[in-house]
Design a protein around this ligand. Structure first.
Ligand SMILES: [Zn+2]
Length: 342
């Protein structure tokens, strides 16, 4: 099939359409006893444009945590080489505030709508900030969201909707390297291992709201969404004795502008990302893969999404932190992009 310029751009976009906590691993762990009857969210990205490149068949699982799962129609194409991605037209960057955070640029108030959206970004050559979805330009000021910062800072966000994995190595790697990280831990995992959460907070990491049930928020009523967030706040307070910082991540990166505003009206900033990886499935080259995925897309203000349930991520973490620091970046908390305002 002849690839048109448009289809190359689409391929590049979809290649990096990586969805928060979309993991088989996560879903395996997530079919939780505490959410009986919850419908399983659809697999990521299928709601986006149909992939122009042949589908990637799932790798034979070397550690198949998804065995019990329904087959996942993962249909994302092979990631495009960086040079392909760079062919896309240069787009105007979203509006940046004086503090360097990237929020919705439109100053007029907008009630939003329920058109389902999935977060993605368009990768650019190493060192360059990716391009972001067109819809970000429609976010109004009262849809607080951030997806990249500025300066020589990296925001490592660790998403824990699935297995908690090797928490000891994770905590140690961060501590040994004096690196701070931002955790989005689903409510059922907070309940499962409250000591882990207390350790993170004591070590100075940020633990923020990732809902109680880790379901697609598009499928919930406004009332249910508020309850998801408020119940999480209560749980966090019970476990840590502190008030939660108002940062939120949509499970699977699935959202719509109506909910974005709802969450924002509750005082939260929704946190998306500017680097993600196919880490919901076993990695072909083991710990080399997360290392390369991150180092090859490192850019100023990089918000990195990493899933805690990926053993390759945990194995690679020490090396990644050392390399990112060597490249001149500091690991920072999201509060550094924009201090919480409530
Ligand atoms: Zn998640």
């Amino acid at each position: 099939m002849k690839m048109t310029a448009r289809s190359i751009v689409a391929a590049a976009a979809i290649a990096v359409l990586l969805v928060a906590c979309s993991s088989n691993r996560e879903q395996a762990a997530q079919v939780p006893k505490d959410t009986p009857g919850q419908s399983q969210p659809a697999p990521p990205s299928d709601s986006a444009a149909p992939p122009p490149a042949p589908p990637v068949l799932p790798e034979p699982a070397k550690e198949d945590k998804a065995k019990d799962e329904k087959p996942q129609p993962e249909k994302e194409p092979e990631p495009q080489p960086v040079k392909e991605a760079s062919k896309e037209p240069v787009k105007t960057a979203p509006a940046q505030t004086a503090t360097g955070s990237v929020y919705g640029g439109s100053s007029k108030s907008d009630p939003g709508n329920r058109k389902e959206l999935s977060w993605y970004y368009m990768k650019k050559p190493k060192g360059q900030v990716p391009d972001f979805p067109h819809e970000t330009k429609t976010f109004s000021k009262d849809m607080k969201a951030l997806w990249v910062g500025t300066g020589k800072k990296v925001y490592l966000t660790i998403d824990t909707g699935g297995p908690l994995g090797d928490t000891a190595t994770l905590v140690k790697s961060l501590k040994d390297n004096d690196a701070k990280a931002n955790f989005f831990i689903a409510g059922y995992n907070v309940k499962k291992d409250p000591d882990f959460v207390r350790t993170l907070v004591a070590d100075g990491h940020l633990v923020a709201n990732h809902t109680m049930t880790h379901t697609d928020m598009n499928l919930q009523t406004d009332e249910q969404i508020r309850k998801e967030i408020q119940d999480y706040e209560k749980l966090y307070k019970e476990v840590t004795g502190k008030d939660i910082q108002p940062y939120f991540r949509f499970p699977y990166g699935k959202y719509n502008t109506h909910i974005l505003k709802l969450v924002s009206d509750m005082g939260y900033s929704s946190v998306f990302w500017s680097t993600a990886m196919r880490d919901w499935e076993p990695r072909k080259n083991g710990a080399e893969d997360p290392y390369n995925d991150i180092m090859n897309n490192l850019h100023d203000g990089n918000i990195i999404l990493m899933h805690q349930g990926s053993p390759e991520n945990i194995e690679a973490l020490d090396r990644i932190i050392k390399a990112v620091k060597k490249a001149g970046y500091e690991f920072a908390l999201l509060t550094d992009i924009e201090p919480p305002k409530r």
